[in-house]
Design a binder for this molecule. Structure first.
Ligand SMILES: C[S@@+](CC[C@H](N)C(=O)[O-])C[C@H]1O[C@@H](n2cnc3c(N)ncnc32)[C@H](O)[C@@H]1O
Length: 127
């Protein structure tokens, strides 16, 4: 899908298949990593983030869009309750990962973090 869409967009790509926990690149060889909606599904997210850090050049950036643990305790409780069932029917997706903590635990410094939640009646607010 990525290859087709990049081709349609006129962006030359070199598609390499592999796992985020064993990235087939040299140390400090990559300028930028983009990760979208994936950390929830990787069985060992900390290993994947350490791999991403390994392949990034010094000063390189990881840009990410992920869903994670809610700051609302009531929602958080449901995320913990539902994840054991949910991950079995959703390709391993965990609803209750604290993404920013994982990223920091892998040795990254977060320079910018924007979070948002859906409020009732479809209103969106930022936290
Ligand atoms: C919710 S999908 C997101 C797909 C896509 N990144 C997007 O934004 O639409 C989660 C993805 O994580 C991928 N995934 C799971 N474990 C992985 C791993 N160890 N390395 C790389 N990707 C992995 C799955 O193959 C799946 O495509």
């Amino acid at each position: 899908m990525a290859h087709r869409r990049a081709t349609e967009a006129g962006v030359p790509t070199d598609l390499i298949l592999g796992s985020a926990t064993n990235i087939p690149f040299e140390n400090a060889s990559v300028d930028t990593v983009v990760m979208t909606w994936t950390l929830c599904s990787i069985s060992d997210p900390l290993s994947a983030l350490r791999e991403i850090r390994r392949v990034l050049k010094p000063g390189g950036a990881l840009h990410f869009v992920e869903h994670g643990l809610s700051p609302d305790p009531a929602v958080e409780r449901w995320q913990h309750r539902l994840t054991p069932l949910w991950r079995h029917i959703s390709g391993g997706c965990h609803l209750d990962r604290k993404v920013d903590d994982l990223i920091r635990a892998a040795g990254f410094e977060i320079l910018e973090l924007r979070t948002c939640m859906r409020a009732e009646r479809g209103q969106q607010f930022r936290s």
